[in-house]
Design a protein around this ligand. Structure first.
Ligand SMILES: Cc1ncc(COP(=O)(O)O)c(C=O)c1O
Length: 385
């Protein structure tokens, strides 16, 4: 019999990986955020948990299961692939696909896996109706209106005509109608205009006798304007405890769900004049201690943070020394008492009293917190704690 290769880590702490870089996702914080959001809404307002793009990098399947346990109305995914992944993992709730079914024969795959498509034109709705006829059952979809985001959706002008046609099609059911805000985090009057356009359209749809769930609010909108709640809200970033705009946490206190950790795998004491990493952009000006971490830009830790970001070691901030490389980076741990090989290092999260937020890294990278967590690459194991 062939000998089994030795396995990594210990089963006890769930760390079955060799390379010492991982993400921890705290499911109790995720439930805390969902509960906080629920309490912020009217009793019968539904929640569509946006767990697309691998749950904003947090690990989609595990959090989708938690959202189902919390009793959400459904989950939004980006693509048919993500929907299939959730179905295969045994997730049975409503799954709305945000992306349009292009090419259109993707719709039959979507129907097979019981995913709810987003449709944005009459041709696609008619195609769904023809599938429904073949299968001898009613098929559901959500209609998306472009009230000012300029991404996908029926234009407001065309929507009235399309709604009339939908009202005459018994094979399909418009289970939902929605739109998306462009500046819910920053421009109240533009958002108000989008809201009014959407209101007019839903009023007209109701007059036609259509019955549906209307939804518009992302996290920024749901926090800042209760008039956007309609029948259902669609929080994404808030579920993960990240903030959609600077002062959002003052209005609704949420807890960051993700921590990103690694360990010191090499430690050296060097004298003044020692060069660190490609380009020799960091040179020690005194006797120093330099630690190497097994995390680099191939893990999604942006190279832009070279010589800019901090990490936490033994509860203290330590600066990144030199350029971040593909698979590793160095940090200056000079003066950190007791620093040792194998020490746990925090890239995002808390250690002792210190904290590094995704928002801090986003600012340094001139981007948004969404991109920071979404960029953590698939090779970084996600552990639910
Ligand atoms: C259509 C739609 N609704 C809701 C959301 C959730 O937005 P947020 O993460 O800002 O709450 C997104 C996110 O991109 C989206 O595309």
């Amino acid at each position: 019999m062939k000998e089994q290769p030795p396995s990594a880590g210990s089963k006890k702490d769930n760390k079955n990986f060799f390379r010492q870089t991982w993400v921890e996702v705290d499911k109790s914080d995720f439930h805390f955020n969902l509960k906080k959001i629920k309490e912020y809404l009217k009793k019968d307002t539904k929640i569509l948990a946006v767990i697309k793009s691998n749950g904003y990098g947090h690990g989609g399947v595990e959090l989708a299961k938690e959202a189902v346990k919390a009793g959400v109305y459904g989950i939004a995914v980006s693509s048919i692939e993500e929907g299939i992944q959730f179905r295969k993992a045994g997730i049975k709730t409503n799954l709305l696909v945000f992306g349009v079914p292009y090419p259109i024969d993707n719709l039959s795959v979507s129907v097979y896996w019981d995913l709810i498509p987003t449709l944005t034109n009459l041709h696609d709705i008619q195609y769904l109706a023809s599938l429904a006829k073949k299968l001898g059952k009613t098929l559901e979809f959500h209609l998306k209106i472009d009230t000012g985001m300029g991404r996908i959706g029926v234009s407001p002008q065309d929507s009235y005509n399309i709604l009339q046609k939908i009202a005459e099609m018994p094979e399909v059911k418009m289970a939902g109608i929605y739109t998306h805000f462009a500046v819910a985090d920053s421009d109240l009057s533009y958002t108000q205009n989008q809201l009014e356009i959407f209101h007019d359209i839903t009023r007209y749809a109701k007059k036609l006798g259509l019955r549906f769930i209307a939804h518009v609010a992302n996290t920024a909108a749901l926090i800042s304007n209760k008039k956007t709640h309609f029948d259902m809200v669609r929080p994404g970033i808030g579920l993960y405890g990240l903030t959609p705009f600077d002062h959002a946490h003052k209005m609704l206190k949420l807890k960051p769900v993700l921590s990103w950790k690694t360990r010191i795998i090499n430690l050296k004491r060097v004298s003044a004049g020692f060069c660190v990493s490609y380009g020799r952009t960091f040179v020690t000006n005194k006797a120093s201690v330099i630690a190497t971490l097994p995390v680099g830009y191939a893990d999604g830790y942006s190279r832009v943070l070279s010589n800019k970001g901090d990490v936490l070691v033994r509860g203290k901030r330590c600066p990144i020394a030199g350029r971040i490389t593909m698979d590793s980076m160095m940090v200056d741990v000079t003066g950190i008492k007791g620093v040792s090989l194998g020490d746990e290092v925090v890239l995002i999260g808390m250690q002792g009293k210190e904290k590094i937020k995704a928002e801090e890294l986003a600012k340094l990278q001139n981007t948004i917190n969404y991109e920071v967590t979404c960029s953590i690459s698939m090779r970084v194991p996600r552990i639910v704690v």
